[in-house]
Design a protein around this ligand. Structure first.
Ligand code: HEC
Length: 203
């Protein structure tokens, strides 16, 4: 091989060597990655928080995915008071165990889940499109269920309508609203933490 050959000449020995080193490093990195996966040392327990880089990756992945998927959803009128009331009943039956509610500050589900469910009574700036998408489809590996397979869009929107209202409610107003909410099959089937007073008798 001629030293200092022009562009058409075969690669110099130094280049080939560098390429081999890069390839070897890539294989080594892959091997270490796969060995780490199979070793079982990763702490998967829900009582062991993610490291900051893992949390960052998951948060970006979730936020961007929800934004992109929810972008074209059309939001119906959410101000109808019957809709808000129906949403209150459904929220108390299906969501308050994880997300808590005004005057309802602790629950075994809320305390044990990781990531911890956001306290939606304090979430003043939820985007209705994104909230609807998350409620319908759930979030992988978080405990947030998909409610779309068991509820139609109208039922799901009633909960979004209620979520917009909830941050303004005092514990008394919340209880009063849930007590007035129409009964549906969710409320007769499930316990209602954060529901009307009688629901607290047997938590
Ligand atoms: C078993 C527990 C559980 C139940 C039940 C549950 N959720 Fe969630 N939900 C979660 C968790 C955990 C997250 C947060 C996931 C994360 O941090 O990425 C979440 C996230 C959300 C979000 C996204 C909040 C945000 O800040 O973007 C909304 C909206 C939501 N849930 C609404 C509901 C509604 C409405 C119900 C009832 C129909 C419900 N959830 C029932 C666990 C639950």
């Amino acid at each position: 091989m001629r030293p200092g050959g022009d562009d058409d000449s075969p690669p110099r020995e130094a280049d080939t060597k560098a390429l081999r080193v890069v390839l070897a490093l890539i294989f080594l990195a892959l091997f270490v990655g796969v060995a780490f996966l199979y070793s079982g040392v990763y702490p998967i327990g829900a009582d062991h928080p993610h490291t900051a880089p893992v949390r960052w990756v998951i948060n970006v992945l979730r936020d961007r995915s929800v934004e992109a998927h929810a972008k074209h959803i059309e939001v119906p009128d959410l101000s109808d008071s019957t809709m808000v009331l129906e949403g209150a009943g459904r929220y108390a039956a299906m969501c308050s165990g994880c997300h808590l509610a005004p005057g309802y500050d602790s629950d075994e589900l809320y305390r044990g889940l990781y990531p911890r469910p956001p306290r939606l009574a304090k979430a003043k700036h939820l985007d209705p499109k994104e909230a609807f998408w998350v409620i319908k489809h759930g979030l992988k590996l978080t405990g947030m269920p998909a409610w779309g397979p068991t509820h139609d869009d109208e039922e799901l929107w009633s909960m979004v309508a209620f979520l917009k209202k909830m941050p303004e409610l005092s514990p008394e107003q919340y209880r009063e609203m849930v007590a007035r909410a129409p009964r549906d099959e969710d409320r007769s089937r499930m316990p209602m933490p954060g529901g009307p007073p009688e629901a607290h008798e047997n938590p």
